[in-house]
Write a protein that binds this ligand. Structure first.
Ligand SMILES: Nc1ncnc2c1ncn2[C@@H]1O[C@H](COP(=O)(O)OP(=O)(O)OP(=O)(O)O)[C@@H](O)[C@H]1O
Ligand SMILES: [Mg+2]
Length: 362
């Protein structure tokens, strides 16, 4: 049966004083696909290794289904880990690699053979039993590593950048298959990645980490559409960030004066007192572009600008635009069949909805 994990105020300080993980708290539910996402060095692997039992927290507690396992050795945790470099035994066959954990558990030969066969079928490697890792492609080696982990029917599966070495196409296919496998088996899966698209595509929930701390935990939609901090807004996808003083607009509305006359109207009731300094984020695809038709003073949810450069992405076009106020923004428009509508130098009008502005904690 899969299990839930609680990480309670866990810190890890390595010899030499590096605080790799700093007061991390999160709750991973049984059967959940949970990702740790963040830049290199933010503490993802260290967190995963503490869950696995390969590292001990300097302080805090790790619980599995409510039981404190902080000091339980790794082999008694009923967890399996898949490493970035697969860590297969090069001189053993596929079947021997997959059966490794079962032999350690001293199961009888017939049971091992049956379980190995079933695990290989699950990762679509039936018939490859007698090959050695060097005779497999990268994707196939990855599947062997996965089969070796799931064959012991762990309560929790831990994956550290398991798809990092694969090319994009294969990686997408494996993302899909791993997700299917996790759902079918009802596995609790903790997945480490620094690839935001991968985390958004696969996870039930994501913890975004920065410098040893958790910045935000949420569903992919929450993380993308409602980032709480500047770091999360910046790290996940492209975004435009405006910073300025809170002002009153049109008598009772709220806005941000971002400088040089650019005022952005905010949704809802005042988020802070007049004069308070706020940062807001606006995703490029929330901005609509139109040809500039007149020189009317822009509304609080629009602005005039000039296209500086364009980036054709296939399904969409990314425009880098200099606003008349001097601010530089990114706007992304779907490629609706006409390809690139505005060339560099084209005057454009930008429009958005105040509700698409997200106020950030600094
Ligand atoms: N054994 C160790 N001794 C000392 N410092 C360490 C040790 N292992 C990791 N660190 C440091 O702890 C911090 C977090 O490392 P960690 O490996 O957890 O990062 P990560 O998020 O997995 O990064 P990456 O995406 O590059 O794998 C880094 O500053 C790293 O240099
Ligand atoms: Mg790592």
């Amino acid at each position: 049966m899969s299990a839930g994990i609680e990480i309670a105020e866990v810190s890890k300080v390595y010899d030499g004083g590096v605080r790799a993980v700093d007061s991390v708290a999160m709750e991973i539910k049984a059967g959940e696909f949970f990702s740790l996402l963040g830049p290199s060095g933010c503490g993802k692997t260290t967190t995963l290794r503490m869950i696995a039992g390969f590292d001990t927290p300097s302080s805090g507690e790790i619980r599995i289904d409510g039981a404190d396992i902080t000091h339980v050795p790794a082999h008694k945790r009923d967890m399996a880990m898949v490493f970035q470099n697969y860590a297969l035994f090069p001189h053993r066959t596929v079947a021997e690699n997959v059966g490794f954990g079962l032999r350690m558990r001293k199961l009888d030969k017939a049971t091992i053979a049956a379980k190995v066969k079933a695990a290989l079928a699950m990762v679509e490697l039936s018939g490859m039993d007698d090959r050695r890792p060097a005779q497999l492609s990268g994707g196939q080696q990855q599947r062997v590593a996965l089969a070796r982990a799931i064959v012991i029917e762990p309560r929790v599966l831990l994956c550290d950048e398991p798809l990092g070495a694969l090319d994009k196409k294969l990686r997408q296919q494996m993302q899909f298959e791993l997700k299917q496998l996790q759902k079918n088996l009802g596995l609790t899966l903790v997945f480490v990645t620094h690839d935001q698209e991968e985390a958004l595509a696969m996870s039930d929930r994501i913890a975004v980490m920065n410098a040893g701390r958790v910045e935000q935990v949420g569903t992919p939609v929450e993380i993308y559409d409602r980032p709480q901090t500047r770091f999360v807004a910046d790290f996940i996808g492209d975004t435009n960030i405006f910073r300025g003083q809170r002002v009153t607009v049109d008598n009772n509305g709220t806005g941000i004066a971002a400088g040089n006359g650019l005022v952005l109207e905010l949704p809802g009731p005042p988020a802070a007192a007049d004069g308070a300094v706020l940062s807001v984020a606006l995703r490029p695809e929330k901005i609509r572009l139109a040809p500039k038709v007149d020189t009317l003073h822009p509304k609080h949810a629009s602005a005039n600008g000039t296209v500086e450069s364009t980036n054709f992405l296939g399904g969409a076009v990314l425009y880098r635009i200099a606003l008349d106020s001097g601010h530089r923004v990114l706007a992304q428009q779907p490629n609706a069949g006409a390809g690139q509508l505005y060339a560099p130098g084209a005057p454009v009008m930008l429009g958005w909805t105040p509700a698409d502005l997200v106020i950030l904690k600094d």
